[in-house]
Design a protein around this ligand. Sequence first.
Ligand code: ZN
Length: 294
Amino acid sequence: MFGAIEAGGTKIVCATATAPDRIEARITLPTGSPEQVFRQIGEFFAWEGLASRPLRAIGVGAFGPVDVNPASPAYGKVLSTPKPGWTGADWRAALARFNCPVAIDTDVNAAAFGEWQFGAGQACSPLAYVTVGTGIGVGILHDGRSRSGTHHYEMGHIYPPRDSRDDGFTGVCPFHADCLEGLASGPAIEARWGRALNELPQDHPAHALEARYLAHLAVTVTLSHMPERILFGGGVMKTPGLIARIREQACTLLAGYISEGPASGDLSDYIQFPALGDDAGITGALILAERAAG
Ligand code: ZN
């Protein structure tokens, strides 16, 4: 049996499986305090990881910032975060009682693993996965392995130029105010317009603005990483018409500069939805577990 945890900003999914595509049991918890979350996860694994079938490994796809370098003494620790109580929380220590390898990567990299192995990113290298929800994050895989620098990438916090149609909204990022996450995440949309994007009429200016900001990210990912495909997932992406608008705006911003390859043309094959939908992250966390079990 493998164990997996997909820890997002608002909810945490926990699963056991005999293989990454064979989930046997799962629960969804609210992202409460780490004490609460770790206790509930422990109870779930103790219950599901039946004495006869102990867990061989646990994979964690965690919200950031988190130390994802296996060689670091702080591997698996949550770094400085405004999320109450979570700074310094230690995933590996919390799961040590299961006496099995614990592998950690970011939630977006985990979702990318799932899509690379079973979904819309199969055989794509590099593969980029963008999530637009409580936060905005980007995962980059090369040959199915996640890439990072001295720390995992933080592309959700780039500063896109303010659009001329923008109303001057100050932004909600506690660090940068009007970085991309501060302007275009789910909480940013709610703060600016008073409701979620999919609750606003299709002719509302919020749609074009959101697409424009996310297109800036698509273009930045393209110019920095030249992936074979970019997948856009997360709650905000469920808004009808948004992905088509992002493709169109990204085409405009690229301005024909890339004349060949996946990022040329109308981008309909290049910018896609994840095929596993909301299961991408937990599937990827199981892939992490399977790899850690060796
Ligand atoms: Zn920011």
